[in-house]
Design a protein around this ligand. Structure first.
Ligand code: NDP
Ligand code: PYC
Length: 333
């Protein structure tokens, strides 16, 4: 079946309000989740509803938290999620962040004490639509073994990057620093698929391609060996370290059965490319992209999502009958 964006947001927001979120927070999370679903980012779409709601039910995350955003330096804002979700903090800080980037050339927002449980491209794509370069750095809960190590320490810690183009959709990539995200491991387990070799280890530290073994006491590996491991480390430093939040290994769900969302940290950097050395940054972007295509790379990061979005905007967001039934159940129960 297919469903319209606003109708799906309405149902999901209803579910979140039923589970203790304020109307504003419910709307922000629901819009974010439907944005992911619309783009075919299934690992962070409606699939996430039960885990979000069980975190709320466990009293682990405060769905009514009022974010605090402090002005600490001309190019720096400091956010505190007050144990709520991260997205309301970014939403509150967004106008000031853009104003600072315009006046200073660059602005940075740190967010501590906040739960980020989604993809990061929705956080930054809109900055690029306003003409900015933007980056998102997020740390998560321990599920990745540092390179050569023997226990999980880093989160799957995504890095997002967005830059404006000379027309059309911005160039955006958003990638976990692990071989794959926890969300995709869960989907692979549900669908009986194997993981690629080199993705994870089982509870004894032995390489495995079985997603259930990774989830059942095992761990993920970084993408690209020691290089990806260093990116994962950098996300810990740039998110938790800089913001004063929890490192991924400091997230302790044990007192809150059902808790799933990581209470960690995020850092966003927004840059005005007009302050760089070129007169028209987007012309340089187009020159680079033309060369990338000429060199043989057809698909750019974001192309798949944008194609899904166009189709969903024309014909509705595709959901399986099971997904739709799940959404309705949570909205109406
Ligand atoms: P993928 O490996 O699926 O994709 C990573 C990036 O590469 C995307 O921008 C994707 O574009 C692009 N891409 C994929 N295949 C190609 C290709 N063949 N050619 C060119 N570009 C390509 O994502 P991950 O599994 O690493 O991460 C999935 C999501 O999980 C991310 O959105 C991330 O933010 C989220 N996540 C969130 C966490 C959190 O703590 N909040 C933790 C970990 C992950 P496209 O999207 O268009 O396919
Ligand atoms: O898919 O790895 C993941 C993830 C962690 C937090 C949110 N998504």
């Amino acid at each position: 079946m297919r469903i319209g964006f606003d109708a799906l947001v309405g149902l999901i927001a209803q579910a979140f309000q039923r589970h203790g979120c304020s109307a504003e927070v419910a709307r922000i999370i629901a819009r974010n989740m439907v944005t992911a679903e619309q783009d075919g980012a299934k690992s962070h779409g409606v699939f996430r509803i039960p885990a979000y709601l069980s975190s709320l039910d466990a009293g682990w995350v405060d769905g009514t938290a009022e974010p605090l955003v402090e002005d600490v330096a001309p190019g720096m804002l400091r956010g505190d999620g007050r144990n709520g979700f991260a997205l309301p903090v970014l939403e509150q800080a967004r106008p000031a962040l853009m104003a600072r980037a315009r006046s200073n050339g660059i602005a940075l927002l740190t967010v501590r004490n906040a739960h980020h449980f989604s993809a990061v491209w929705p956080d930054i794509e809109s900055f690029a639509r306003e003409g900015f370069i933007a980056m998102a750095m997020v740390n998560s809960m321990a599920s990745v073994v540092p390179h050569g190590g023997h226990r999980k320490l880093y989160g799957t810690n995504p890095l997002g990057f967005a830059a404006p183009r000379g027309g059309g959709d911005p160039l955006v990539f958003d990638q976990a620093s692990s071989a794959l995200s926890n969300g995709d491991v869960q989907i692979a387990a549900r669908e009986g698929q194997k993981l690629l070799p080199g993705s994870g280890v089982d509870r004894d530290g032995k390489p495995t391609t079985d997603p259930k073994a990774v989830l059942d006491g095992g761990a993920l590996l970084s993408f690209g060996g020691y290089k990806g491991s260093s990116i994962g480390m950098m996300m810990e430093i740039m998110a938790a370290g800089l913001a004063g939040g929890r490192f991924s290994y400091e997230v302790d769900f044990s007192g809150h059965p059902g808790a799933a969302t990581p209470n960690t940290a995020q850092t966003y950097i927004v840059i005005d490319p007009g302050r760089g050395a070129v007169t028209d940054f987007t012309l340089r972007m187009e020159a680079l992209i033309a060369e990338i295509h000429d060199a043989g790379q057809e698909r750019l990061p974001g192309d798949r999502r944008y194609a899904n979005r166009r189709e969903a905007m024309a014909s509705g967001i595709p959901l399986t009958e099971d997904e739709y039934a799940m959404v309705r159940r949570y909205a109406e129960d």
